[in-house]
Design a protein around this ligand. Structure first.
Ligand SMILES: NC(=O)C1=CN([C@@H]2O[C@H](COP(=O)(O)OP(=O)(O)OC[C@H]3O[C@@H](n4cnc5c(N)ncnc54)[C@H](OP(=O)(O)O)[C@@H]3O)[C@@H](O)[C@H]2O)[C@@H](O)CC1
Ligand SMILES: [K+]
Length: 507
């Protein structure tokens, strides 16, 4: 597990480290600059021309320190100062004084250094960026973009990227490598910022563990090795020890959704999986997944005899210890009753997806039945329908959108996008770092519901199950892409890779 921070949280950690712990600001800055220099030395040799663009806050202070360290090592270096002495931070002024005394080559914008630039260091704005970039700063950035440096190394975060949302604040500078300090910022984890950051190196610049006490760390991601969070299956057990997953899924022509969800639940470790679906899906599901129990209903009877249908649903819910509700259910009128009955009768975790969410969007009063056991897993289009916002508005701040929906109902909201967000009911927010665009295919979401259900069946509670499920799903996608490339992934192949990842847990 790796903590992630907002810009303000990072500033708090800086402040606490400097003021309460007593590590001087310039010491942190020196270590930050050394970390950047070490990346630069791995990228270019001393024949290269290096330009460092320095703003006049502490990000710029880092930049001047980088220029000084490279100058002392004999690199051909120019520092471009974007601000004036009057507006420079204390540390920036200290760095400038040192740089001037030891003869670092400096120019003041609008002047630019002569010759060409092989490696560009972006130290214009860090976590202090708090508004749109306009005027002179915009001009500077546009000029840099027209120069088209061969390699760009960003200091802490690419300038112009908002450290909390990853949004471009007017203009931003694209980096090949971003060296960030202490903790990765949300802005380099989220698109478009993630696309501007290149390879992100998290440098340890000496923040002691106590510094985290300055904030309540609430954003996190998983990384390899975290498979150990998945509960082991004890040796002395039977199929009932691992939970009974009820997959309420699959309407007309949509048996595949039920199949993929049930298969993924089994592959993740569930002991028993029952699919509750329409009668016409029986044969195909029974032959496709003979391991699953199949229970069926007739959609016309469900429509005509509501009381019997409700009774049938009640029995299914009593059997289950985890429920997946929604994949491929369709949008016929009885689906509303179905969703309502499950929500009112089940006292177990429910993963609500696809047409289950569609029913909620069409009948918002159903949210009145939400309990803390609910995990909703909308993609952006479904989220837009659920909230009445536009996809564009949600995209501007995925974390805020997911968090707001989860908090409104006290549930867990997994908002699926290129970077999936898990706004967990325990107030932590998971930002996914696995997965790839090959997974943007039909059936991928059905597999995710099954994986989460499988983890809950193993005994994880909703918050951990949702976060680990998203991560595991992405890891499976990465494993499939490695074998089959970016185009040919099939959702069923995700379920085939789950075992390779689960094996890491016991190694
Ligand atoms: N000791 C420490 O704390 C350490 C800090 N470290 C480094 O410091 C960085 C944070 O430094 P920082 O807080 O000084 O802010 P920074 O990102 O340099 O921005 C400068 C100023 O720009 C301004 N501004 C904002 N938006 C603007 C806009 N659109 N257009 C124009 N101006 C705008 C805004 O000032 P304002 O105008 O709002 O008063 C802001 O304060 C951090 O990312 C890391 O690299 C490391 O060395 C480790 C130790
Ligand atoms: K920067």
């Amino acid at each position: 597990m790796r903590n992630l921070v907002t810009g303000d949280q990072m500033k708090e950690v800086d402040r606490y480290t400097i003021e309460t712990i007593g590590i001087p600001s310039l010491v942190l800055m020196e270590r930050a600059a050394l970390a950047v220099v070490s990346e630069i030395e791995a990228l270019v040799n001393k024949k290269s021309n290096i330009w460092v663009l320095c703003g006049n806050g502490n990000n710029g202070g880092d930049g001047i320190a980088v220029a000084r360290l490279l100058h002392l090592k004999g690199y051909k270096i120019w520092a471009i100062l974007a601000g004036t002495r009057e507006s420079g931070s204390r540390e920036w002024l200290a760095q400038l004084d040192i740089a001037e005394k030891i003869g670092v080559q400096l120019v003041n914008f609008p002047e630019f250094p002569p010759g060409e630039c092989n490696l560009f260091v972006d130290a214009l704005f860090g976590v202090g960026l708090n508004r749109e970039v306009l005027g002179t700063y915009k001009e500077i950035m546009e000029k840099v973009i027209t120069y088209g440096p061969e390699i760009t190394v960003a200091v802490d975060i690419p300038s112009g990227i908002h450290s909390d949302s990853g949004q471009i604040m007017g203009t931003a500078l694209r980096a090949d490598v971003t060296v960030t300090f202490g903790f990765e910022k949300l802005g380099t984890m989220l698109y478009p910022g993630k696309g501007y950051s290149g390879r992100v190196v998290v440098a340890d610049i000496g923040f002691p563990a106590q510094s985290l006490s300055a904030i309540r760390p609430s954003f996190f991601t998983f990384e390899s090795g975290d498979t150990k969070e998945i509960p082991l299956r004890p040796a002395y057990s039977n199929k009932g020890s691992f939970g009974k997953v009820l997959v309420v899924a699959g309407g007309r022509n949509m048996s595949g959704a039920a199949y993929l969800s049930a298969l993924a639940a089994y592959r993740t470790g569930a002991g028993l999986v029952k699919i509750f679906t329409i009668e016409e899906n029986r044969t195909i599901l029974q032959s496709g997944l003979p391991e699953a129990i199949i229970a069926t209903y007739d959609p016309e009877e469900a429509e005509a005899d509501t009381a019997s249908f409700k009774e049938l649903l009640k029995k299914q819910c009593e059997w289950a210890s985890v429920i997946v509700l929604g994949p491929g259910l369709g949008r016929e009128p009885y689906v509303k009753n179905l969703v309502e009955e499950v929500l009112t009768n089940a006292y177990v975790p429910i993963i609500l997806d696809a047409d289950g969410l569609g029913a909620i969007a069409d009948h918002p009063d159903l949210t009145g039945y939400f309990t803390e056991n609910i995990i909703v897993t909308p993609h952006l289009g479904e989220m837009a329908r659920l909230t009445g916002s536009s996809v564009e508005a949600i995209k501007k701040n995925l974390i805020a959108a997911a968090r707001e929906y989860a908090d409104r109902f006290g549930i867990t909201c997994v908002l699926k996008d290129a970077v999936t967000i898990g706004a967990l009911k325990d107030q932590r927010t998971y930002v996914n770092s696995s997965g790839n665009s090959a997974m943007a295919k039909a059936g991928s979401g059905d597999v995710l519901t099954g994986i989460i259900a499988g983890l809950l069946a193993l005994g994880l509670e909703e918050s951990d199950g949702a976060a680990l499920g998203v991560w595991l799903h992405g890891r499976a996608g990465d494993a499939v892409r490695e074998k089959y490339g970016s185009y040919s992934l099939l959702a069923s192949q995700l379920t085939e890779e789950i075992y390779t990842i689960l094996q890491e847990q016991t190694r």
